[in-house]
Design a protein around this ligand. Structure first.
Ligand code: BV8
Length: 255
């Protein structure tokens, strides 16, 4: 494994920054074995595009199919562990005075890694481990398992759905406005493991850049955000982030 080159200017900037914001996408969970959205879905799901399953229309049309897709993903996530990229962000949250982690991911791996202790994690698209009633749009934690798929709401008998934001649905208002506020206030805005195609999450780096933040992209591939980036660290988050955190703070501790 060749050593990771982290620009000295970025290390200096990171050490003296008061406020760092981070936006993550599916790429940060790739090294945990969770397929990203851009990768072809495997097996039974290979004939579907996520965009055609993650919608209220798809759920209304075929609730069983959509529920089973989420069951398949939940089983993948249950077997997955946070990777060094997730853990490096936990360290970063400990080291910088103000830190906001904004994620598009619904897999909950940031929380499992230990993020969210000093500052709340902003889960823009919800969390796959939570469920809600499709009719009442209220959280549902328990229900009677009678073999029906999807299960039904114990309160109104409506269908239960995952508590994630589907295409065409509004993002949680408070979470989104907190994400915009962090994008406006931060000095460094990391964009990690996202193709930058899904709106409105994809507008956050533009807000940050417009307010003077230095954009840092970590991704093996170029994306529309690359043109905004002052620093582009080409590679895997699970390799680059630990090296970055070590350079910025761990070496200092040993100096
Ligand atoms: C809304 C939860 C309005 C569900 C998700 C035209 C223009 C602009 C917008 C639109 C448009 N047409 C439609 C829209 C709106 C639409 C949208 O953006 N569509 C896209 C497809 C164009 N957006 C919406 O519908 C949003 N809602 O706009 O509502 C509204 C307002 C008021 C009232 C009513 C309505 C809702 C969007 C949320 C959808 N839900 N997830 C679920 O998960 O099942 S989105 C889902 O896909 C993810 O959450 C994530 O956000 C997105 C996938 O993107 P990425 O995370 O970037 O993942 P991807 O696979 O694409 O890329 C991975 C990257 O990682 C790659 O770059 C790869 O190179 C890199 N990588 C790989 N390995 C590594 C790595 N990087 C680092 N390390 C590695 N090891």
């Amino acid at each position: 494994m060749e050593p990771v080159e982290i620009p000295e200017a970025l290390i200096e900037l990171l050490r003296k920054s008061e406020y760092v914001a981070v936006l993550t996408g599916a790429g940060i969970s790739a090294e945990s074995g969770i397929p990203t959205f851009r990768e072809a879905q495997t097996g039974l799901w290979s004939k579907f595009q996520p965009e055609e399953l993650a919608t209220p229309e798809a759920f209304s049309r075929n609730p069983r199919l959509v529920w089973e897709w989420y069951t398949w993903r939940r089983e993948l996530i249950a077997k997955a562990e946070p990777n060094p990229g997730h853990y490096a962000l936990v360290e970063m949250e400990k080291k910088v005075p103000y830190f906001t982690l904004i994620t598009q991911n619904v897999d909950g791996l940031h929380r499992r890694a230990g993020s969210g202790v000093r500052f709340p994690i902003l889960e823009l698209h919800g969390n796959i481990q939570r469920n809600k009633c499709f009719t009442e749009n209220r959280p549902v934690e328990t229900w009677e398992e009678n073999g029906e798929i999807p299960p039904r709401c114990p309160n109104c008998g409506g269908l239960i759905r995952p508590d994630v934001v589907w295409f065409g649905e509004a993002l949680p208002e408070e979470t989104l406005s907190s994400a915009y506020e962090a994008s406006r206030r931060c000095e460094i805005f990391f964009v990690i493991g996202t193709s930058g195609l899904v709106h409105p999450a994809s507008s956050l780096p533009y807000t940050a850049a417009g307010c003077g933040a230095v954009i840092v992209e970590i991704n093996p591939a170029a994306t529309p955000v690359s043109k905004l980036a002052r620093f582009t660290l080409e590679g895997h988050a699970g390799i680059i982030l630990p090296a970055l955190v070590d350079e910025a703070w761990m070496n200092i501790d040993s100096e």
